[in-house]
Design a binder for this molecule. Structure first.
Ligand SMILES: NCCC[C@H](NC(=O)CCC(=O)O)C(=O)O
Length: 448
């Protein structure tokens, strides 16, 4: 029986813009009010999906959400027709309108945490959408995300869906950005690695001083319980709080793992040596040989990691024990990082090829290749049970490219968010998209 890791990339939504919404994410705050190109952003994302599909990897698409979110604006007291809701919010609270207009669902590494069937108590693939509770604009994502995931992974014999954790800072959950799975084979039991930023119920754990720690230990533990993971195959680690204060707002900005390999920075975790040795021991128990590739501060500083997004890369298994590393253009533009990468692929280690993508529109909001994808490891029977309309191929790429070119704007500024026409454009596009991807009715405007 064959097994795969499929990557589901977020299709960028029609309202992609730079609103400086994510304190602690230095790209987001640094690019506030830059004029965005939703069309370019979506096409850049699609080009990555198509290239990885063409290279032989299993690739899928996760649909964007309806924005601005009229239900969120109504909940906050803006009333009248949809156009009036937008006009009132634009006048009285433009920052709230911007938060309700973010296309942040494109970063699907934050959509959910996924445990493959070989790890769970009932032999099904388990999904828990992330509550993304630390940022208002992201906290409104999970109900629709949950519906979209259910429309993609419908078959209850293979797939189990949980609601998000309580929407409260104690259970702040950012999904797969803080979760990595190590294994010898994708359909054999693996070690699930949860990285948290702070403990909410235990003051002995340190905290960052400047920027928020979005993920709590207690959220990670709740996910492990919900998915029925075995304690002896779970590892928890605390991210180094100093790195959070340097802009590492998710663990996937400082480390990435796949198969038996963890590619990470010297300053990724507290008690790093103990974390690595626990991973080594637990992976050995399920027949894997753990390989840790550690990048020293002397070669790439934490600041350079944040600028280049070297670790927000994808490691893709070629099936011969070797891995491709997928990095953003920014990693090539920083000389020391590019020199490190060239040394890495020539080193004779497991990572022996690099692919570079231009993802600038997403990068300017702090989202690199890894942020843009949600991984789901599946057996061939499970893959066959996935809604086939969301899987990338030549025809879907052509359809989605034409769809973007037809519906998306070339440029979008903060002032444009007040335009009620934008909501109509978004709904028209998404109504068509749910037919292309055969999702049924998943958006509030379709369910009303
Ligand atoms: N995994 C990458 C997530 C990036 C995302 N950025 C944002 O939401 C920025 C949106 C803005 O500022 O317009 C975040 O910080 O959660």
């Amino acid at each position: 029986m064959a097994a795969f890791e499929a990557n589901f990339d977020g299709l960028v939504g029609p309202t992609h813009n730079y609103a400086g919404l994510s304190f602690g994410n230095v790209a987001s705050t640094g690019n506030q009010n830059v004029v965005a190109s939703p069309k370019q952003a979506a096409l850049q994302g699609l080009a990555k999906m198509k290239a990885l599909h063409d290279a032989g990897f299993k690739q899928g698409v996760l649909a964007p959400h309806e924005r601005p979110s009229i239900p969120a604006l109504r909940q906050l007291g803006f009333s009248g027709s949809d156009a009036e809701v937008i006009a009132k919010a634009a006048k009285q609270a433009p920052a709230i309108l911007a938060a309700c207009s973010s296309a942040s669902t494109m970063w699907t590494a934050n959509a959910a945490t996924v445990s493959p069937s070989a790890d769970t108590f009932d032999g099904r693939v388990h999904f828990t959408p992330a509550n993304l509770n630390n940022k208002f604009h992201r906290s409104i994502e999970h109900p629709t995300t949950g519906r979209i995931l259910q429309a993609m992974f419908r078959d209850e014999r293979h797939f189990a869906h949980h609601p998000a954790l309580p929407a409260q800072m104690h259970f702040g959950d950012e999904g797969a950005a803080n979760h990595t799975r190590f294994c010898a084979e994708y359909d054999k039991p693996g070690v699930e690695f949860f990285v948290f930023g702070q403990a909410a119920f235990d003051s002995r754990y340190p905290k960052p001083q400047k920027f928020p720690a979005r993920q709590t230990l207690e959220a990670s533990q709740a996910i492990a319980r919900l998915h029925g993971l075995r304690d002896e195959l779970v590892v928890y680690a605390q991210q180094d709080p100093d790195t959070i204060d340097k802009g590492v707002f998710h663990n996937d900005v400082i480390s990435v793992g796949n198969g038996n390999v963890l590619f990470h920075h010297e300053k990724s975790f507290l008690d790093q040596a103990a974390v690595l040795s626990e991973l080594d021991r637990k992976l050995a128990a399920v027949g894997g040989k753990f390989v840790a590739i550690e990048v020293p501060e002397a070669e790439v500083t934490v600041e350079e990691a944040v600028k280049s997004y070297l670790f927000n890369s994808q490691l893709l298994s070629k099936g011969d024990g070797k891995l491709i590393i997928v990095v953003p253009e920014e990693s090539r533009n920083i000389e020391r990082v590019w020199a490190y990468l060239n040394k890495l692929i020539a080193s004779g280690g497991p990572i022996n090829e690099v692919k570079v993508f231009d993802l600038k529109q997403s990068m300017q909001n702090g989202g690199g290749p890894a942020c843009l994808r949600l991984r789901v490891a599946m057996s061939d029977a499970e893959l066959a049970a996935v809604n086939p309309a969301v899987l990338m191929n030549e025809a879907l790429y052509g359809t989605l490219t034409a769809w973007v070119n037809q519906h998306y704007r070339d440029r979008l500024s903060a002032a444009d968010l007040a335009d009620p026409q934008l909501l109509i454009e978004c709904r028209t596009a998404l109504d068509e998209l749910t037919q292309i991807l055969k999702l049924g009715s998943v958006y509030p405007f379709q369910l009303a």
